[in-house]
Design a binder for this molecule. Structure first.
Ligand SMILES: [Mg+2]
Length: 211
């Protein structure tokens, strides 16, 4: 049997960074010309797709790369404060023990992710970490990783917390597990028809062994 490769998103999937990202986004709202997120609005945004959120926010598309760069810089100062999602350490360890190969494809920076994994003693679990510079660029990175590492699309599974993760995986023709412990709501994720929708990290093993 070919070894399966499980590729994880980072923010909201492995690391509990959603609240911090909202705080950072609010602090940068005036500078970048988009609306601030109140707690009520956050509940609404969780139900929207990544593309709808951008439209709703009013940010101009050409500013997004600059915003993303700034957000990554701000995250860097807080990286030591972030915690792994409860239960993710155990699930990742078990997956590695079972012989799965684990990797990360993220819109965050390689430095931030590496630093977080080291601080939390999770770095030994991952075979590769790739990061992208655009928020909708994960399909390209997935395709590059599959080609470089000679992984067949049918042996790869992506795990992510946002609708754009589902979109990117489908475009790359790989299976996708959507997780409800991060940013998007279960309803918003379900609408994008992921292959699996799970609510707890401990469900990962079961779902992956049935893929
Ligand atoms: Mg995420």
């Amino acid at each position: 049997m070919t070894q399966k490769v499980i590729i994880f998103d980072f923010d909201g999937t492995i690391a509990d960074t959603v609240d911090a990202l909202v705080t950072i986004a609010n602090r940068l709202a005036v500078e970048f010309g988009y609306i601030q997120i109140t707690p009520n609005e956050l509940a609404l945004l969780r139900n929207l797709t990544s593309r709808e959120i951008i439209k709703y926010s009013g940010i101009s598309l050409f500013k997004i790369p600059f915003l993303l760069k700034k957000v990554k810089g701000e995250l860097k100062n807080k990286i030591h404060e972030f915690q792994p999602i409860p239960g993710i350490r155990e699930a990742l360890t078990e997956l590695q023990n079972q012989g799965y190969r684990l990797g990360i494809i993220t819109s965050n920076s390689q430095d931030n992710v590496t630093e977080f994994l080291k601080l939390n003693e999770l770095d030994y679990l991952f075979d590769f970490i790739y990061s992208g510079v655009t928020i909708f660029g994960k399909t390209t990175i997935i395709n590059n990783v599959l080609r470089q590492k000679q992984i067949k699309a049918q042996s790869a599974i992506y795990v992510g917390d946002e609708t754009r993760d589902i979109e990117a995986s489908k475009k790359a023709n790989i299976k996708v597990i959507a997780v409800t412990w991060g940013f998007n709501s279960a309803e918003a994720l379900a609408k994008q028809n992921p292959d699996f929708l799970i609510h707890q990290p401990r469900e990962l093993l079961d779902v992956i062994s049935n893929c």
